[in-house]
Design a protein around this ligand. Structure first.
Ligand SMILES: *[C@@H]1O[C@H](CO)[C@@H](O)[C@H](O)[C@H]1NC(C)=O
Ligand SMILES: *[C@@H]1O[C@H](CO)[C@@H](O)[C@H](O)[C@H]1NC(C)=O
Ligand SMILES: *[C@@H]1O[C@H](CO)[C@@H](O)[C@H](O)[C@H]1NC(C)=O
Ligand SMILES: *[C@@H]1O[C@H](CO)[C@@H](O)[C@H](O)[C@H]1NC(C)=O
Ligand SMILES: *[C@@H]1O[C@H](CO)[C@@H](O)[C@H](O)[C@H]1NC(C)=O
Ligand SMILES: *[C@@H]1O[C@H](CO)[C@@H](O)[C@H](O)[C@H]1NC(C)=O
Ligand SMILES: *[C@@H]1O[C@H](CO)[C@@H](O)[C@H](O)[C@H]1NC(C)=O
Ligand SMILES: *[C@@H]1O[C@H](CO)[C@@H](O)[C@H](O)[C@H]1NC(C)=O
Ligand SMILES: *[C@@H]1O[C@H](CO)[C@@H](O)[C@H](O)[C@H]1NC(C)=O
Ligand SMILES: *[C@@H]1O[C@H](CO)[C@@H](O)[C@H](O)[C@H]1NC(C)=O
Length: 879
């Protein structure tokens, strides 16, 4: 799909490459929302697509298929009394009553490509051909209005051009178009002269029964017989113009190939006086299919029954068709400008990566689902079973299969119901998200705008063709389509008749009604059930696919008749109970008092002391307990604790050692010249010289923070600055390893090194500040890794929820640990002493994490760090 972002080739790239918003993205320590897709699947660089614009010769006439049927008078003047429709190179469809005029004379000419038949204006495009033969329907009688249909054979083929071109025929008995169009050089009022200008009028079809009532009163005996089913009525609700010419088309324009083709539904037969609201009566074309084909065949036309199949006809005559209005940006008499990105139908190569097909063993049917993360697929509940068998696999990335391990159907869903028709599929293994862009779930009110749905349809009828180009051969293969549809609100939604029984309680908040007024050529687009009503949304500087709902019912992808989808936003609460229910598993150390308790609520403690839910930072004593003993009483999330009233601190900062609180302003004042001024190499002195051990980060004049695993077995003796090329050595005075460091699961992997002498701050040498926020970390972090013993590299990494990380991790992750991943690699490798930093806009570097182990880099998409904010107290006490 083309995106609507345009960046200049060179000079605009920089303004486009990053989001405009300066807001720092902060990741909560644990997952409490489903509205976090832009964080979990954060993209560091958005796509920068470039869109071309183009122009081509404009159409000159809208009604290239309409001809004026004329009677040449003895004086040589031609009187134009009927209209007709060009339907083949040399055949014109008209009304049988046009076969003779009141003087019993037959017409002899047809003129095409002329808007004004009485003047010479535009005549250079006009073609006038003699009528060679007239074929009235055999059942037509001039004494009745029935079977009012005739074919005119022309003396030769017309020359096809933009202004002379055949129409297609609507051969389906069902006419579900709510607005039709008639055109002709019709009279504009009762007893008024025929207009020389081609006019068009919008008409609304009405039931024959209703229509008959009008005519049963009349004086015309011919009309009192009533209407037959081969006839139809349509009325001009505005009453300001008249019906079209006798013999002229009643038509609908259908969309295909980014073009519109007129389809003749009926032939103008008769009407009552103009200027009244009386309907016109039309001969339906569909019942005469066989007669039309046979008559043409017998008279030399190379047509078959299939010639008038809507798809075949639309493709056959696609060249020279007008472009759909939506893509036309300007018109001049000679040219139209088109912007193809505004079209209604987009043809895609395969499904988007977040759409899966549902499968029963290896067998599929037409049900789809939406990937929302590594092991979760959303679909509609009715798609989950087929012949009493539950769906077993999903097929993703065109031909990979993955087993489904668990199915959650909305508990209120009843088989066959349109309500709560939603299900969550859990996959047995994690999908590799490198090739999959998961969909985000829309949470808010629906926007009043156009979005997209997923469908499928024939390739040839949906391809956008350059103007004037021919389709070399038909391509009946099926392609993925993303048509553009409009979200309808409660008042604009029209539930198609055929679905009304399914929606016995009507369309509710959980449904998304969508569609377009425009109709498609039949069979060009079918909805993919369970796939998404979606759009691309810009968030945090990048584009994300956003799913509003899951396709449920609708014909022709919502074109002409609205479709109904199951909205995701109204089911968020249920989805949370399924998707976030075990997020505390990654925090074995914590105990949730009551998940429903919010900050400020009173809570019950195990020790029965009066207590209240407060942010963890306001309960320093509780936090200290947690660090020492690993137990804590939490309210709704692990960021709010059930704190004894006496222990609630006045300010959130009270946890933080004063020395750390002042750090950011100290560093800002030093005006750092680089971001590396607080990094050191830590080394051991050995008989062979220096043995590099690991990296550390300076946090005060005498303290360096590093991992316990770095200093555990081999006591380092010196450090040197990463930035100092002159290699000055700073001797180590003492080392403190966290006493609860566990080298098996690497918890509490933190240590401090004290230098013998104090450092002197400058713009090249300054401390990194501790990241003290206990509930959030910045999403985008910079991982500093040593290269050999004298260099470093920096990699942008993304913080992850522990719950996401846990799925790939051998040991149970603790709240004191933090995961991050390299978004550009399948695997995230670290050395044992990588430092996780965050550089603020003000030039202050924060130390957020310390890598804990030599990750088994061959298998792990993420890496684990010690979360510095969990150890601020330990650091403060031990400085
Ligand atoms: C028809 O022919 C007559 C002369 O025979 C002429 O005066 C008139 O303008 C022509 N046109 C029309 C529309 O009658
Ligand atoms: C038909 O005639 C009756 C009686 O004259 C009148 O009441 C009715 O409105 C007419 N119906 C229509 C559709 O004109
Ligand atoms: C032509 O095609 C239509 C629709 O496919 C079918 O109903 C009809 O019987 C066919 N007619 C002939 C003569 O084959
Ligand atoms: C029209 O042709 C298409 C393609 O050949 C076919 O799939 C479709 O069934 C036909 N429609 C009818 C009504 O016969
Ligand atoms: C519903 O949508 C229509 C057209 O899309 C709009 O004109 C109308 O204002 C909307 N109504 C409400 C209540 O939002
Ligand atoms: C780098 O080292 C040299 C000598 O070893 C020393 O003079 C200089 O002050 C050091 N620079 C910093 C920023 O510590
Ligand atoms: C270290 O961690 C492992 C794995 O979690 C655990 O089995 C072991 O008991 C821990 N050791 C100590 C001393 O806590
Ligand atoms: C931690 O960061 C979050 C997100 O920016 C913020 O809302 C919260 O107030 C911060 N907590 C503290 C104690 O500063
Ligand atoms: C450090 O690495 C960078 C690139 O990775 C390289 O350009 C630079 O020369 C290296 N410096 C040293 C001292 O090796
Ligand atoms: C990531 O893994 C996928 C599939 O396993 C592979 O196709 C792709 O090349 C890998 N990408 C990188 C950067 O290694």
């Amino acid at each position: 799909m083309e995106r609507l972002v345009y960046c200049g080739f060179l000079f605009l790239i920089s303004s486009c490459a990053r989001g405009q918003d300066d807001e720092v993205l902060m990741l909560h320590n644990e997952r409490t929302t489903l509205d976090d897709c832009h964080m979990r699947f954060h993209k560091l660089r958005p796509d920068v697509p470039v869109r071309p614009a183009s122009g081509h010769p404009a159409r000159l006439k809208e009604f290239a298929h309409i001809g004026a049927i004329g009677w040449t008078q003895p004086n040589g003047n031609i009187s134009w009394k009927c209209g007709g429709t060009l339907i083949w190179f040399n055949f014109v469809l008209t009304a049988a009553h046009c076969a003779i005029d009141p003087d019993n004379r037959a017409p002899d000419v047809v003129r095409f490509g002329d808007l004004n038949i009485l003047t010479a204006e535009g005549d250079k495009y006009a073609q006038q051909l003699k009528i060679a033969a007239i074929f009235r329907h055999p059942l037509h009688r001039f004494t009745a209005y029935y079977h009012d249909i005739a074919l005119l054979k022309l003396e030769r083929h017309v020359s096809f051009s933009e202004v002379v071109f055949p129409a297609c025929l609507w051969m389906d008995e069902e006419v579900r178009f709510d607005i039709l169009e008639a055109a002709g050089w019709g009279r504009t009022g009762y007893a008024q002269e025929q207009t020389p200008i081609l006019l068009k009028v919008a008409l609304k079809p009405i039931e024959n029964e209703e229509c008959s009532k009008v005519y049963s009163n009349g004086t015309d005996r011919m009309l009192r017989l009533g209407l037959q089913q081969h006839q139809m009525c349509a009325v001009d609700e505005k009453m300001d113009t008249c019906e079209g010419d006798s013999g002229g088309p009643l038509q609908i324009k259908l969309l295909h190939n980014t073009r519109v083709t007129p389809f003749v539904v009926g032939i103008t037969s008769f009407g009552s006086a103009c200027g009244t609201s009386a309907p016109g009566v039309y001969t339906k074309v569909a019942p005469y299919r066989d007669w039309i084909v046979e008559t043409m065949q017998k008279n030399g036309a190379m047509v078959s029954n299939d010639t008038f199949n809507a798809t075949t006809c639309a493709i056959y005559f696609v060249y020279f068709r007008e472009y759909e209005d939506a893509i036309i940006t300007y018109r001049t008499p000679e040219f139209v400008g088109v912007d193809s990105s505004k079209r209604h139908m987009f043809l895609a190569e395969g499904l988007p990566s977040y759409i899966v097909q549902l499968a029963w063993d290896r067998e599929t049917n037409d049900c789809f689902g939406v990937i929302i993360d590594e092991n979760t697929v959303l679909t509609i509940a009715q798609c989950v079973t087929k012949n009493r068998k539950y769906v077993s696999h999903v097929i993703y990335s065109s031909n990979n299969t993955m087993k489904i391990s668990k199915i959650h159907i909305h508990p209120k869903y009843k088989q066959g119901s349109s309500y709560n028709n939603i299900a969550i599929l859990r996959l047995q293994h994690l999908l590799n998200m490198k090739n999959i862009e998961p969909a985000c779930i829309w949470h808010g009110e629906l926007p009043q705008k156009e979005v997209y749905v997923h469908g499928s349809g024939r390739t040839d009828i949906n391809t956008m063709l350059p103007f004037g180009s021919y389709i070399s051969s038909s391509d009946p293969s099926i392609s993925s389509l993303t048509p553009r549809v409009r979200l309808q609100n409660a008042s604009s939604c029209i539930v198609p008749k055929r679905y009304q029984s399914l929606l016995s309680s009507g369309v509710t908040n959980e449904h998304i009604c969508n569609g377009q007024n425009l109709f498609l050529v039949p069979e060009s687009c079918e909805l993919r059930t369970g796939a998404a009503v979606h759009d691309v949304i810009k968030r945090a500087g990048a584009d994300y696919p956003m799913v509003y709902g899951l396709n449920y019912i609708g014909r022709d992808c919502g074109f002409g008749e609205h479709s109904i989808a199951i909205g995701t936003a109204s089911h968020i609460a249920w989805m949370k109970t399924v998707l976030l229910s075990n997020h505390d598993k990654s925090h074995g150390i914590v105990h949730f008092v009551d998940r429903d308790l919010q900050e400020g609520d009173a809570c019950d403690r195990y020790d029965r002391r009066a207590a209240q839910c407060v942010p963890v930072s306001k309960c320093p004593r509780e936090w200290k307990q947690f660090l020492l003993h690993g137990t804590i009483e939490l309210c709704s999330t692990s960021s709010s604790v059930c704190c004894p009233l006496n222990d609630i601190a006045d300010t959130e900062n009270s946890v933080i050692h004063p020395q750390f609180a002042g750090c950011p302003s100290l560093v800002e004042g030093l005006k750092p010249t680089s971001s590396l001024g607080s990094l050191v190499f830590i080394a051991c002195q050995s008989p062979n010289g220096l043995n590099f051990r690991c990296l550390g980060t300076i946090i005060t004049e005498r303290i360096i923070l590093t991992s316990a695993s770095c200093v555990e077995d081999d006591i380092p003796s010196i450090v040197k600055l990463v930035t100092n090329t002159t290699q000055k050595m700073y001797p180590v005075n003492a080392i403190l390893v966290h006493n609860a460091f566990n080298s098996t699961d690497n918890t509490n992997d933190i240590a401090m090194i004290r230098l013998e002498d104090s450092l002197t701050w400058s713009s090249d040498l300054y401390p990194a500040c501790l990241w003290t926020n206990t509930t959030h970390v910045p999403l985008v972090l910079s991982m500093v890794s040593p290269v050999k013993s004298n260099n470093i590299t920096k990699t942008e990494v993304l913080a992850m929820y522990n719950s996401d990380c846990q799925r790939n991790h051998d040991y149970e992750l603790k709240g004191t640990q933090l995961c991050a991943r390299d978004p550009f690699r399948n695997l995230t490798c670290t050395t044992m002493s990588d430092q996780l930093h965050y550089g603020s806009k003000n030039g202050v570097t924060y130390i957020v994490g310390l890598s804990t182990i030599l990750n088994n880099c061959e298998s792990s998409p993420h890496t684990v760090f010690t979360r510095v904010s969990s150890f601020v107290d330990w650091i403060g006490i031990n400085i």
